[in-house]
Design a protein around this ligand. Structure first.
Ligand SMILES: *[C@@H]1O[C@H](CO)[C@@H](O)[C@H](O)[C@H]1NC(C)=O
Ligand SMILES: *[C@@H]1O[C@H](CO)[C@@H](O)[C@H](O)[C@H]1NC(C)=O
Ligand SMILES: *[C@@H]1O[C@H](CO)[C@@H](O)[C@H](O)[C@H]1NC(C)=O
Ligand SMILES: *[C@@H]1O[C@H](CO)[C@@H](O)[C@H](O)[C@H]1NC(C)=O
Ligand SMILES: *[C@@H]1O[C@H](CO)[C@@H](O)[C@H](O)[C@H]1NC(C)=O
Ligand SMILES: *[C@@H]1O[C@H](CO)[C@@H](O)[C@H](O)[C@H]1NC(C)=O
Ligand SMILES: *[C@@H]1O[C@H](CO)[C@@H](O)[C@H](O)[C@H]1NC(C)=O
Length: 359
């Protein structure tokens, strides 16, 4: 029983992650939703209320559209008659089919809501400046985050998914709204949907084809020969530091580990970058992973669910827990810093870097 593995305290509503920075528009693509779902399942398509996607092994494995007159109800995970189902992408569609009066959210503009007259027509109401419509309570509340813009909006009610902004934790989806939670003294593995002792986020249980991101070295470990091998590669970082006699060199294994070299013949002393950063040899510093293209497993030391796959122009990202690679829908680009798919290629170095011709 999956439920029994969860004994986490329930967060208050304030703890629920309201995902979008803008009041309208949905932040997740079907691929990104699938990436958080263990096993198999369906997700709604944010661009059409009749369309759905099928997820398998954290990938979007198929998609389709309900028959005419039906709407895909994401929470019930089935195609249902349009006259009794809210279209989560269009108030106009919902009201056109509504047989009795009701209020519905306007998925294109959270500042307003729609009143379906029950005869196919609708009128818009306005929550006023700073207000947004909360469909679950049929009231206006203070923004800016739109309560409906929740990753659970297109996910079956009653399911647990991985938290895209907090690797190792989960979100419990109910009727389109998520409640963040975490395993008691354990980590949530979104690939299995279970709590476990090993941290699935540090890359140590990673099956990425680019290599395991865990380090074979320990902090302070001395390794002979590495300084001689990599001394020249760190040249660029010290070019303008004439009085610096030591160098930091790559560990040639991880994105976040490096060796301190007192001189070119000394043994290297291993150390690792602060959490969230990775080692850029050219700068001799620990920096944001997006600021350069590390050629090793980019999921190491970042506690992130997704990381851009290097040398793809930010077209592909990898799901850190499983190492599976995926791409954004509709040829969009993956923006690693904001964790969204976007129309314009982000300007980060990781998006423009091309594969090195040597080494
Ligand atoms: C709703 O639609 C279904 C199928 O299209 C139809 O069978 C049913 O009679 C409709 N209900 C109402 C109240 O119009
Ligand atoms: C639909 O109902 C509303 C409210 O009762 C009414 O104002 C409107 O004229 C009706 N429209 C049609 C096309 O019947
Ligand atoms: C959203 O709706 C409000 C209230 O009707 C309106 O003032 C505002 O211009 C709308 N915003 C957009 C982007 O359409
Ligand atoms: C809806 O209203 C109830 C009662 O006021 C409140 O406890 C709940 O937190 C509200 N839900 C949301 C999502 O705002
Ligand atoms: C890694 O792959 C192996 C073989 O494909 C599999 O048995 C193992 O469960 C995978 N580990 C994780 C953490 O996904
Ligand atoms: C760095 O690692 C790669 C892959 O394991 C290996 O082929 C290469 O020889 C290593 N470079 C040095 C200088 O040890
Ligand atoms: C290189 O550094 C090591 C460790 O600090 C030191 O023992 C050794 O004497 C140094 N060698 C040279 C040639 O400076």
């Amino acid at each position: 029983m999956k439920e029994q593995t969860f004994s986490a305290g329930i967060c208050a509503v304030a703890c629920v992650l309201l995902l979008a920075s803008q009041a309208s528009g949905f932040s997740y693509t079907m691929e990104q939703m699938c990436a958080q779902i263990s096993g198999t399942g369906y997700v709604g398509n944010p661009s059409s209320c009749r369309a759905w996607g099928y997820c398998e092994n954290q990938k979007l494995a198929g998609w389709g559209t309900c028959d005419d007159g039906l709407i895909f109800d994401s929470q019930k995970s089935s195609c249902l008659p349009a006259n009794q189902t809210i279209c989560s992408t269009s108030a106009v569609t919902t009201c056109a089919n509504a047989k009795s009066p009701m209020y519905v959210a306007d998925p294109t503009n959270c500042t307003q809501y729609a009143w379906c007259a029950g005869n196919g027509t609708l009128q818009y109401g306005n929550c006023g400046e700073g207000g947004v419509y909360a469909a679950n309570n049929q009231t206006c509340v203070w923004g800016p985050a739109c309560p409906q813009d929740d990753i659970c909006k297109f996910i079956k009610s009653g399911s647990y998914i991985g938290d895209p902004d907090n690797c190792g934790s989960y979100i419990s989806c109910n009727n389109g709204y998520g409640t963040a939670g975490s395993c008691t003294k354990q980590y949530y593995n979104l690939a299995t949907g279970m709590c476990q002792n090993a941290n699935p986020c540090d890359g140590s249980s990673n099956n990425d084809s680019s290599g395991d991101s865990s380090s074979p070295f320990t902090v302070g470990e001395e390794v002979a020969g590495v300084c001689a091998s990599f001394w020249a590669d760190a040249e660029e970082a010290v070019a303008d530091k004439t009085d610096q006699t030591y160098r930091y060199v790559s560990d040639n294994t991880t994105c976040y580990g490096y060796f301190y070299c007192a001189n070119s013949t000394a043994s290297g002393i291993w150390n690792q970058c602060p959490a969230g950063t990775q080692f850029n040899v050219a700068k001799g510093q620990c920096v944001s992973p997006a600021a350069f293209a590390c050629k090793f497993n980019r999921c190491g030391n970042v506690n992130r669910q997704f990381m851009t796959v290097q040398y793809t122009g930010c077209r592909s990202y990898s799901i850190c827990a499983s190492g599976v690679q995926a791409t954004c829908q509709n040829d969009l680009y993956y923006d690693e810093i904001n964790n969204i798919c976007t129309q314009t290629r982000p300007s980060y170095a990781i998006c423009t870097a091309t594969a090195p011709t040597k080494g």
